[in-house]
Design a protein around this ligand. Structure first.
Ligand SMILES: Nc1ncnc2c1ncn2[C@@H]1O[C@H](COP(=O)(O)OP(=O)(O)OP(=O)(O)O)[C@@H](O)[C@H]1O
Length: 444
């Protein structure tokens, strides 16, 4: 069956020429760190309840719907047709983002010191750097990490030894300085351990640069599909799924107003030195690229919610869909451009079909029950009807449950092991006692 599914899909890979279209997104969203939805009692979100209690679900869904209506879509960069938006209200509520420790450590005379006089730096709460500073830190822009649709990304080393990533926005951008500052203000207010946080920026000499925390283990896409990469263990994959879920949950349910990512994909998931995953490229306005058909659809082929394609309405549930695709990438190590969904749909025809599309490098190396449970969550995320897809908070709780069950089992196992060794040592003690008694009897 495994071969049949894979062969069939392989055929489709060749017959369906992949549309290498990286449609671009437009809007950027306002957000702040202020508390939002009452995610008060995590127990409320337990997996069984979440998918089986319609009353609870309706109540919560109503709450979320009213929250979703608050989603602010801020057309910051609009291909030259700039929409002026009054951000004063949202800025006044902004939470100043602290300068990261490694930036603070610079001596007052250090060349890597934010331009203190700059008013925009205080509005965003983020330090602003000069072109010269960044030029020096990137060794004259020679330390390239990669290139995305915004432009090249460089590794930069600070005088303190701290490392950051500098995204130099393409110079053909129509974005003006004011719009860039607005975008920085909005991004600077989003902070979470599962987001690749913005730590500074530079607007100088006609260049716009965003400075991010450095993610030394690169992107999930490279780890899954790159040549010479070591195989991610099942434990790592499960943790990555949970980390991503936490990050998106924060964007959807932690940020006020909520933020829809719009371009979730394995290339936008970055990993730090401890292999913890963080969501990147959130809230960045991207210009729509004419792809030959000018479909008007924004996002990345293979991750786009089919419902969005038919209605042109992008909601949080479209992000949930893309997350479902990423989960299946983690399980199968098949890229969406390699007809991942064909494999997934075929495998869904048999009860434990996911076993057959599991990344072969994981065969015998993982708990199949956990794989099936994670696949079940992914299927819910990919539900045809957006309303039937779970909310990200619910997804997080469901993935957490898988981890907790394992920890529970490990506890039981270690308890059993302790009991066993206690019994063994008691038997040994008794054996020693009996031997002693026997030798005493012999002497007498
Ligand atoms: N904070 C970071 N730390 C380390 N590497 C990074 C960081 N940000 C981006 N990169 C690397 O730089 C490269 C380009 O990233 P970028 O986010 O600009 O594009 P992308 O996500 O690959 O594509 P697109 O912009 O089309 O979505 C990628 O290889 C990515 O792994």
């Amino acid at each position: 069956m495994l071969l049949a599914v894979r062969d069939f899909c392989q055929l489709r890979v060749f017959t369906n020429q992949i549309i290498e279209t990286q449609c671009k997104e437009l809007p950027c969203f306002a957000s702040s760190l202020t508390d939002h939805l009452p995610l008060s009692d995590p127990a409320e979100f337990v997996h069984c309840k979440m998918f089986s209690s319609p009353g609870w679900y309706r109540k919560y869904a109503k709450l979320r719907r009213s929250n979703e209506r608050l989603v602010t879509v801020l057309p910051i960069r609009t291909n030259g047709f700039g929409t002026s938006t009054d951000f004063s209200a949202s800025l006044s509520n902004s939470v100043a983002v602290g300068v990261p420790e490694y930036l603070q450590k610079s001596s007052p005379n250090s060349w890597w010191s934010p331009r203190s006089k700059d008013r925009s730096a205080s509005a965003s709460g983020l330090p602003k750097y000069s072109y010269k500073d960044v030029q020096k830190a990137t060794q004259n822009f020679t330390t390239i990490l990669g290139e995305g649709s915004f432009g090249p990304v460089y590794k930069a080393t600070m005088p303190t030894g701290g490392i950051v990533a500098v995204k130099v926005l393409a110079s053909d951008s129509h974005q003006g300085e004011k719009e860039f500052h607005t975008e920085v203000c909005l991004l600077g207010r989003l902070h979470h351990r599962n987001l690749v946080n913005l730590v500074g920026y530079c607007v100088d000499k006609g260049k716009y640069m965003l400075i991010y925390e450095f993610m030394s283990n690169g992107s999930l896409a490279t780890l899954l599909y790159g040549e010479g990469e070591r195989c991610l263990t099942w434990e790592e994959r499960l943790q990555i799924a949970l980390d991503i879920s936490h990050g998106i949950e924060y964007l959807h349910e932690g940020a006020v107003p909520p933020v829809i990512h719009r371009d979730l994909k394995s290339a936008n998931i970055l990993l730090d030195q401890s292999m913890r995953a963080k969501v990147a490229d959130f809230g960045l306005s991207k210009e729509e690229v004419f792809d030959g058909r000018n479909s008007g659809i924004k996002g990345t082929y293979g991750y786009i919610d089919p419902e969005y394609i038919s209605t042109n309405k992008f909601t949080m549930k479209s992000d949930v869909y893309s997350f479902g695709v990423i989960i299946f990438e983690l399980i199968t190590a098949i890229h969406p451009h390699q007809n991942l969904m064909e494999y997934v749909n075929l495998a869904a025809m048999s009860p434990d079909g996911v076993d057959e599309i599991l990344d072969q490098q994981l065969a015998g190396e993982c708990n199949m029950e956990e794989v099936r449970q994670l696949a079940k969550i992914a299927h819910k995320c990919l539900h045809k009807s957006p309303r039937k897809r779970p909310l990200m908070g619910e997804v997080t709780q469901a993935i957490l449950k898988i981890k907790q069950r394992r920890l529970g089992k490990e506890d039981t196992m270690s308890m059993a092991e302790t009991d066993f060794s206690r019994i063994m040592s008691r038997i040994q003690e008794q054996h020693v006692e009996l031997t002693k008694l026997a030798s005493l009897n012999e002497i007498n």
